[in-house]
Design a protein around this ligand. Structure first.
Ligand code: AR6
Length: 174
């Protein structure tokens, strides 16, 4: 099958008109700052209600780092939010397999629902402090591996530096 069409935009993840948007969540699934705060604020209470049900049923101990789970997107333009938990940057410890896993598992969760278009923020590069150039390389690599079947995989970058980092990480021809 064809490789996914990877696109980049500078903007806000909550405004993306795609089937699924990815949330850079934490294990509690109960919200936070950054992307997580914006998604719950703009998406309304239905997202949190579903997250609470997931906590009560499947994820009593929290969603593990590198995993992903989907909920409604509430009032967002997307149909689903895929919540994933990125690793916290830890100098001296290679956690890149977990960051790649976030992207692969998010794509799998979205694909299972029938999503053909998906938007990712730069997972782990905010509160979790992962250097954006390195995160971009890992994210793009994981999407090239696991993104088959998607007509578009969009990275939504908040600032110019993140945009430039992802642009540099794209393979030639993109
Ligand atoms: N749209 C797109 N990108 C955004 C937006 C937005 N609305 N807001 C921030 N960014 P972060 P993390 C960028 O901190 O590092 C939360 O408290 C931001 O500039 O949202 O994975 C969670 O609950 C950065 O480049 O996610 C967790 O506890 C990138 O999105 C923790 O933060 C990711 O920053 C997760 O930390």
């Amino acid at each position: 099958m064809a490789k996914p069409n990877i696109t980049l935009v500078q903007g806000d993840i909550t405004e993306q008109d795609v089937d699924a948007v990815v949330n850079a969540a934490n294990s509690s699934l109960l919200g936070g700052g950054g992307v997580d705060g914006a998604i719950h604020r703009r998406g309304g209470p239905d997202i949190l209600a579903e997250c609470r049900r997931l906590r009560a049923s499947r994820y009593g101990g929290g969603l593990p780092v590198g995993h992903a789970v989907a909920t409604t997107a509430g009032k967002l333009p997307a149909r689903w939010v895929v919540h994933t938990v990125g690793p916290v940057w830890e100098p001296g410890e290679d956690r890149s397999a977990l960051l790649a896993s976030c992207h692969r598992e998010s794509l799998r969760a979205a694909r299972e629902l029938g999503a053909r278009t998906i938007a990712f923020p730069a997972v782990s590069t905010g509160v979790f402090r992962w250097p954006v150039e390195d995160a971009a390389r890992i994210a793009v690599g994981a999407v090239l591996e696991e993104g088959e079947g998607f007509t578009e995989v969009r990275f939504v970058l908040f600032d110019q530096r993140a945009y430039d980092a992802f642009a540099a990480a794209l393979p030639s021809g993109h």
